[in-house]
Design a protein around this ligand. Structure first.
Ligand code: NDP
Length: 321
């Protein structure tokens, strides 16, 4: 498993990060979650991403328990703050000083850890002064409860404004966590160039378009049993935007391209996002340990320019830009 630097920082993270959205504490049983984490560790993944809001706090608890016996110094653990966990009182949302300070304490308690490596603003908060948010993150770093600060789904202008204030407060924003896949390329126009200038990486979510780019969803057919599209606890809803027959037909045309490269379609999808040097890591989810073992083989794969062009031609106007 290859490592990449997170932004301009000295922190090295695995280029494939295990993420537990929709799975831990929800879609899959705790024993399966623990087996997936073990499969990730066995394959050399040391970077793990969660959020306080995933399964209403349960995802952090399951991940923390699964990692408890590991040497803390050998892990990079990421979590996030923004949405409420449990009660939805007026101060349980957003990036106020109050919610950030209470958020980090809650996350550390559920993870059973003294610190997280990366604490991320899960979204931009239009109702809190950015100075207040950045000041609170600076204090979280000074307290040692988080070692680095990142954001998620901020636009280029928000990244620039945040980085100026962070530098003035004595730290740097090191990463942004956006959606990015061969089908979803919205960050390419403005976010990636701005972040590259600012010394920030992208740590990208849903690189497989929630499983769609694995090729297992076939046009005109029912979704495979046990897949996210059949998960009534939340997954079926979030994946629905990609379950369009035109998209699924185009995705099937990636099969020969993957085969020519000696790859599974899942591996081609993950390798595709890793070709971008501004991407520090692909955040990959799994509902079974076998998926983790398959997906990690995307690390280190080089896709030649002609293969990248073929993928563009096949997906064509199904690509969101
Ligand atoms: P992916 O695109 O990697 O989708 C993962 C899902 O695809 C798995 O849960 C599994 O679902 C299926 N899958 C995985 N491997 C295979 C395989 N080899 N063959 C077939 N199917 C496979 O990413 P996610 O959407 O799960 O997101 C990854 C992570 O990104 C999250 O865990 C979270 O950490 C982060 N994230 C961040 C967000 C943000 O706002 N910052 C938003 C969303 C995610 P199944 O088997 O059930 O079909």
């Amino acid at each position: 498993m290859d490592y990449r630097f997170l932004g301009a920082s000295g922190l090295k993270i695995t280029e494939i990060t295990y993420g537990n959205w929709l799975t831990h504490g929800s879609q899959i049983e705790n024993e399966v979650a623990t087996a997936c984490v073990q499969a990730a560790l066995d394959a050399g993944i040391t970077t793990f991403d969660t959020a306080d809001v995933y399964a209403n706090g349960a995802a952090e608890e399951v991940l923390g328990t699964a990692l408890k016996s590991q040497r803390r110094e050998s892990l990079e653990v990421f979590t996030k703050v923004y949405w409420p966990v449990g009660p939805k009182g007026p101060n349980d949302t957003g990036l106020s000083r109050k919610h950030i300070m209470e958020g980090i304490n809650g996350s550390l308690r559920r993870l059973q850890m003294d610190y997280v490596d990366l604490y991320q603003a899960h979204r931009y908060d239009h109702q809190t002064p950015l100075e207040e948010t950045i000041g609170a993150f600076a204090d979280v770093v000074r307290s040692g409860k988080a070692l680095y600060i990142g954001v998620s789904e901020w636009n280029a202008e928000q990244l620039r404004a945040g980085q100026v204030l962070a530098k003035a407060a004595g730290f740097s924003l090191v990463s942004n966590q956006p959606q990015y896949s061969a089908l979803w390329r919205v960050i390419e126009a403005e976010v990636i160039p701005a972040a590259a200038d600012l010394g920030m990486s992208q740590v990208v979510w849903s690189p497989m378009a929630q499983g769609v780019l694995s090729g297992k969803y076939l046009p005109g057919q029912d979704a495979p049993a046990g897949s996210r599209a059949t998960d009534k606890k939340g997954g079926a809803n979030t994946i629905s935007r990609f379950l369009d027959d035109t998209v699924l037909e185009r995705v099937q045309k990636l099969a020969p391209i993957a085969a020519e490269m000696g790859l599974k379609m899942s591996q081609l999808a993950i390798a595709w996002v890793l070709q971008n040097p501004n991407v520090a890591s692909a955040l990959v989810g799994a509902s079974r340990p076998e998926q983790v073992a398959e997906n990690v083989l995307a690390s280190g794969v080089v896709l030649p320019p002609e293969v990248m062009s073929q993928i563009d031609a096949v997906l064509g106007d199904c690509i969101e830009r």
